[in-house]
Design a protein around this ligand. Structure first.
Ligand code: SF4
Ligand code: SF4
Length: 340
């Protein structure tokens, strides 16, 4: 296992970490077995979130006797000081620990980032928790390149997490800047939310970029873990054959795949277009239908509100057929509702 210093945090982390989303469909006992396997193979990093339903409490239970083997990272959607302070305490309780190594601001928009930085914003609670020894470091996660770029101008941001994979390399230049600014870069969705079926190839691609500190594929079973470990330990340069297969994946997925850049905004009727595609992806590709459906239900304006004006499509740099894709999402969510 390769290890790397995670930017300003100074933490020594394994380049392969555990992404905590699929833990929701597991059990604490299964997660314990998975953690024992990962720890034995040298993986020392776990990422979860307040928003991943039972992920934090399952991990807390599974970490009994193993807490000192792992660097723990979680995140919260709280934007105010009060809500963030409450979430940090809930995370500590859920994870059955008195210290979380990295606490991240979870996917803020530019406006929400303003709120987080305001007088009564969430940053204050994070800094207070850090001073009190409840958390060690502060990071930020983003799906928007605009937010990622802004995060790099904020001194308190010690790590950034952003999607990076074969079909989502739009952050490559910003990832390079992370190295320059000594900000740890955590690659989320290295398998593009399950869209890339060849997990080994997907991880080989991500780890071939030296500016990526860690990649955190979601892992559910020890079989998956062992496959990912094999890919992570192969540090040879990408072969011509692999480069060809990478191009083939791009050709297959690249034309109708939302990169969540948000250039299509604002939608005429207020549909949060990339969020619809993100949640539908969990339904369509990731075997986490209930969670994707649940998140979709929280959207104030849903895909069926589309009036087909086409404004978004004229702004999408990838020329995605957004109207048709939204119709597919509406149908998939309706089918899910009917069958569950
Ligand atoms: S086509 Fe639909 S999704 Fe796109 S801007 Fe118009 S209403 Fe919004
Ligand atoms: S639909 Fe297009 S513009 Fe909108 S977030 Fe996705 S890739 Fe970006």
């Amino acid at each position: 296992m390769d290890y790397i210093t995670l930017g300003k945090t100074g933490l020594t982390v394994s380049r392969l970490g555990l992404g905590g989303i699929p833990i929701q469909k597991s059990s604490p006992a299964q997660v314990h077995t998975l953690l024992e396997c990962l720890s034995a193979q040298g993986v020392n990093y776990i990422d979860t979130a307040r928003g991943y339903t039972v992920s934090e409490p399952f991990l807390g239970e599974a970490l009994e006797g193993l807490r000192d083997k792992f660097i723990l990272a979680t995140k919260s959607m709280a934007r105010t000081r009060e809500a963030m302070a409450a979430d940090i305490d809930i995370s500590l309780k859920n994870l059955r620990t008195d210290y979380i190594d990295l606490y991240q601001v979870h996917n803020p928009s530019m406006e929400q980032l303003d709120q987080i930085l305001s007088e009564d914003g969430a940053l204050l609670a994070l800094q207070e928790a850090k001073a009190a020894g409840k958390i060690g470091h502060i990071g930020l996660t983003a799906h928007s390149a605009e937010v990622f770029a802004r995060a790099l101008s904020l001194d308190w941001v010690e790590t950034v997490m952003f999607p990076y994979n074969i079909v989502e390399s739009q952050g490559a230049e910003l990832i390079r800047q992370c190295t320059e600014k000594n900000v740890g870069f955590i690659a989320m969705k290295p398998l593009a939310g399950g869209a890339i079926e060849d997990a080994s190839l997907a991880l080989r691609y991500v780890f071939a970029n030296p500016d990526v500190s860690i990649a955190i594929p979601g892992m559910y079973s020890t079989e998956e873990a062992l496959q990912n470990l094999a890919a992570a330990s192969d540090t040879a340069p990408l072969t011509d054959d692999e480069l060809e297969r990478i191009q083939a994946v791009r050709d297959a997925l690249g034309t109708n795949f939302c990169r969540r850049c948000n250039y299509c905004a604002p939608c005429t009727v207020g549909i949060p277009i990339p969020s619809v595609f993100l949640f539908a992806g969990y339904l369509q590709r990731y075997d986490l239908g209930q969670w994707g459906y649940g998140r979709y239900q929280t959207l104030p304006v849903k895909a069926d509100a589309c009036v087909e004006c086409g404004e978004c499509e004229s702004r999408c740099p990838y020329h995605l057929p957004i109207r048709e894709m939204l119709k597919t999402c509406v149908k998939d969510f309706a089918d899910f509702e009917k069958n569950h």
